[in-house]
Design a protein around this ligand. Structure first.
Ligand code: NAI
Length: 305
């Protein structure tokens, strides 16, 4: 069973994706009970059309998460147009801490996936607050960035999105690092197919892609929800998928005491392994700069929360 805490736009849409892909039953929890109950009812009524039999329950009772294999946290404020994800730090840290307390109480053996932004800082907060082993606490951010990177590369190349392989690491935020040297079309390096100006444009679009959607319609929903379902599938079905997720580093990449996006093997225990890449000097510098931005936000937050 999966519990999603936060039945807002992202949480409810993720629940619907998980049910529709027949990954698991879902409990949807929100402090606003009517919202969670109403979303669940709406999804249940769609089941015959989408053809899923999974159970969905909406509630504000946190004890309903008992027995969950995976708890996904999407509770918290979302950024408004013009805001950066980091601007949400203090308010969302309080919410995430309070949710994690409930998780420790009712689902102490679960894997804990954080979605609330700024996701790397919130993953760090959740890891510290939970006391769980680090493999069980991870954040969703860079896979979404990677999907966006892949989509823009496919558009520019005029090829199927499916054939693009790519990787984004670092902060799920303005300092993210799309790794051009690791991007390929069915194994063909994109750097051999595109000019530098084209690649620079795509990297720029990838970095602003979330803000671009928020500017137009206020929030991002479908892409994050789809990514949450992919990660849930990797854990529930023990698929050992290789994905860039936010995880707490203890010496990997020469960094410690920071949660940041790096490629990992994601399976039934959460982060089964962290994969260390050999980065070129430019990517290494950008990745370390990204880590220092997250660390800075963590330090500033500690003073106020
Ligand atoms: P939303 O405002 O639609 O939903 C948030 C929900 O959280 C609301 O229903 C609210 O009642 C609930 N909530 C607040 N405090 C709670 C608590 N203590 N316990 C349970 N529920 C609580 O926001 P939306 O658009 O769904 O975004 C949710 C979060 O996800 C935001 O922080 C947003 O920035 C983040 N996000 C992260 C992404 C990522 O890639 N990591 C992508 C998209 C959004």
């Amino acid at each position: 069973m999966i519990t999603i805490v936060g039945a807002g736009k992202v949480g409810s849409s993720a629940a619907f994706n998980i049910l529709g892909r027949r990954i698991s039953d879902v409990v949807l929890i929100d402090v606003v009970e009517n919202v969670a109950v109403g979303e669940a009812l709406d999804m249940m009524q769609a089941a015959p059309a989408i053809e899923f039999d999974g159970k969905i329950k909406g509630t504000s009772d946190f004890s309903e998460m008992k027995g969950s294999e995976l708890v996904i946290v999407t509770a918290g404020l979302a950024r408004q147009p013009g805001m950066s994800r980091i601007d949400l730090v203090n308010k969302n840290a309080k919410i995430v801490k309070s949710v994690v307390k409930e998780v420790v109480k009712y689902a102490p053996d679960c894997k804990l996936m954080i979605v609330t932004n700024p996701v790397d800082v919130m993953t760090h907060v959740a890891y510290k607050e939970s006391g769980f082993e680090r493999n069980r606490v991870f954040g969703m951010g860079n896979i979404l960035d990677t999907l966006r990177f892949r989509s823009y590369l496919a558009m520019e190349l005029g090829v199927s999105r499916e054939d693009i392989r790519a990787l984004v690491i670092g902060e799920h935020g303005d300092s993210m690092v799309p790794l051009v040297n690791f991007a390929s079309v069915s194994g063909i390096p994109v750097s051999t197919l595109l000019r530098k100006e084209q690649i620079d444009k795509i990297v720029g679009l990838t970095k602003t892609s979330g803000a671009d959607v928020i500017k137009l319609k206020g929030s991002t929903i479908y892409a994050p929800a789809a990514v949450i379902a992919i990660m849930a599938d990797a854990v529930l079905r023990d698929r050992n998928r290789v994905m860039s997720v936010s995880t707490y580093l203890q010496g990997e990449y020469g960094l410690s005491n920071v949660s940041i996006g790096v490629p990992c093997v994601l399976g039934k225990n959460g982060v089964e392994r962290i994969l260390e890449l050999k980065l070129d000097s430019e990517a290494k510098r950008a990745f370390e700069e990204s880590a220092s931005i997250i660390k800075d936000a963590i330090t500033k937050m500690d003073e106020t929360v």
